[in-house]
Design a protein around this ligand. Sequence first.
Ligand code: IPM
Ligand code: MN
Length: 356
Amino acid sequence: MRARIAVLAGDGIGPEVTEEGVRCLTAVATLFQHELELCPLAFGGAAIDSEGEPLPATTLQGVRSADAVLLGAIGGPQWSGSDARLRPEAGLLRLRRELGTFANLRPVRVHPQLLDASTLKAEVISGVDLVFVRELTGGIYFGEKHRDSASARDECSYSAAEIERIVRVAGQLARSRRRRLASIDKSNVLETSRLWREVTQRVMEREFAEVRLEHLLVDAAAMHLIRRPRDFDVLVTENMFGDILTDEASMLAGSLGLLPSASLGEGRRGIYEPIHGSAPDIAGRGIANPYGSILSAALLMRHSLGLEAEAAVLEQAVADALTAGARTADLVRPGEPACSTREAGQAVLSRLRPPE
Ligand code: IPM
Ligand code: MN
């Protein structure tokens, strides 16, 4: 097949990890005789510097004509002063909104070889395999904002339709997995959460009766996530709770640098990005973990290109690289030798095997 991939490397470690994601994506495509056209586009702080805005019109146009977007990371101290007029983050939020990618899938799997990389006990995290479905284009991220010198306000609102569609994505995913769904809200305090719980209950009862549903308050969920992580299968939640809980959940896997994500909407086009940020403190040193980007490339093949076998080959190569001990600095104990971003990418590339 032929496909066009928009590559938005962004800021900080974004370009370094995306380079490895792209190398792996291209290699798998070649292995299976697909032709990928890669279109690098300016985005984030880098685009503020070069074109005066974080999501330039040319980038949005390029993204619209692509089959999928591979994104790195955005942001950095030079663009984040308290009264910065243009923020890289605004470009990311607008991109998600413009493409209508309301469903953000964040899978968390614990690799047996990495049990010692987590700060949590091996017996608690062994065998964890869960997926967060984070609502991505609504809630407090997109509500009306106000600030003056004496007060500030961020509005949080959700419509029943926005809740229904994200719950359907989660319900379908749960149906294809272990048939368990945890819905996370703060319905003891927030009206949006009371609506969330009511709509979730209704959709699940009517359309996904075979899926076991539990409702959790977000504070309790934060605790249960590290107390009994193996009990979770699919978790669905609103935008900000999902942002916070998935950083927490990354520590089950061992490092924030390992987690990929897929942002999906109505059509096939999606945005694929590691969940980590731009990490300006380590940018440019060649030590960042590229696995989150490489695994995002695998999700891109699966969800936007419909290439399941190809995605599985890439995921297996990452697992094999980790089994062989190819660990970046975030995955080793302080002082132990670590491999570079490039070496980790190479460890995956050299383990790509076509299926028998
Ligand atoms: C993420 C990031 C973004 C978010 C930031 C960079 C706006 O933290 O994708 O998790 O909060 O959604
Ligand atoms: Mn985040």
